[in-house]
Design a protein. Structure first.
Length: 284
């Protein structure tokens, strides 16, 4: 599932293409994709709305809109789910089989394609209410981070997936951050304190920034129409030169040698999710 870096790169891709465009028409091809709202109301509200900005909150895309129908600016949330794509294509080109929502923008169509139906576009903003601080913002302080960890009995890897603790971290970058910090994923969150908490906070920020830099340099085919499709949720984009390697240290590398000590990477299951770690480097 796309995590913060993938969504951030998509936002940076869409922002210049969408800002200032007017949604001249809206088509909902799958009602589930605009839940929990009503598709007819969704179409009514979005038609003739102008896209003023595109940003990100955690793993959500946030579209800022204005419309004559609305008394004040409003927002639309987008979530990619597991396999969602958002891209522009020339108007008149046939829509993909799994295109769930399409906005007509004049000479182009904005397409939300979602083969597995887990993503959505929604006018309901309640999903944002319980989110914690952004990991790359100043509000994500070591003091707050440590205070919240002390309250938890969960394993640190599981706790890092709690979006109320810090927003946008998922399975991939939780494993990567713990490796960089040298902390066992099994360690109780309450025992990650002092220098360890500070080191983990720095590791979280470092792995996310590196992934964003990587994604910003890879030539991506956002529509996935060709062999150069570059959705890079983990690993390396197909066909990209070796020097663009994302160089994940542990994620999805079970049985392969640790890049640091050569010990085989191990995989365990925590809270029904795969965790990857080095048993030698992550002993603290």
């Amino acid at each position: 599932m796309p995590e913060l870096p993938e969504v951030e790169v998509l936002v940076r891709h869409l922002r210049p293409a969408l800002t200032g465009r007017t949604i001249r028409s809206a088509v909902v091809r799958r009602a589930k994709s605009v839940r929990p709202g009503d598709p007819k109301e969704f179409v009514r509200v979005l038609t003739d709305a102008r896209i003023e900005a595109v940003s990100r909150r955690a793993k959500y895309l946030v579209f800022e809109l204005e419309s004559r129908q609305a008394r004040k600016p409003f927002r639309l949330l987008g979530h990619l789910g597991m396999t969602g794509r958002m891209y522009l294509q020339p108007a008149g080109r046939p829509w993909a089989t799994h295109a769930a929502v399409v906005f007509g923008l004049g000479n182009a169509d904005f397409v939300f394609e979602d083969p597995r139906y887990f993503g959505r576009l929604s006018l309901d903003l309640t999903a944002l209410d319980a989110l914690g601080p952004e990991p790359l913002d100043s509000a994500f302080t070591t003091e707050r981070f440590e205070r919240e960890l002390r309250r938890s009995r969960q394993a640190i890897k599981v706790k890092l997936l709690d979006q109320a603790l810090v927003a946008g971290i998922g399975n991939i970058y939780a494993s990567e951050a713990l490796f960089r910090a040298g902390i066992s994923p099994r360690r109780p969150a309450a025992k990650v304190c002092g220098d360890d908490a500070a080191r983990l906070r720095r590791a979280i920020r470092a792995v996310l920034r590196e992934a964003i830099r990587f994604g910003s340099t890879v030539p991506l085919d956002w529509a996935g129409a060709g062999s150069g499709d570059g959705l890079f949720y983990y690993g390396r984009a197909e066909g990209v030169p070796d020097y663009y390697d994302e160089r994940l240290r542990v994620y999805d590398r079970a049985g392969q040698p640790c890049r640091r000590c050569r010990t085989p990477i191990q995989r365990i299951v925590q809270a029904a999710r795969s965790t990857f770690f080095c048993p030698t480097c992550q002993t603290k």
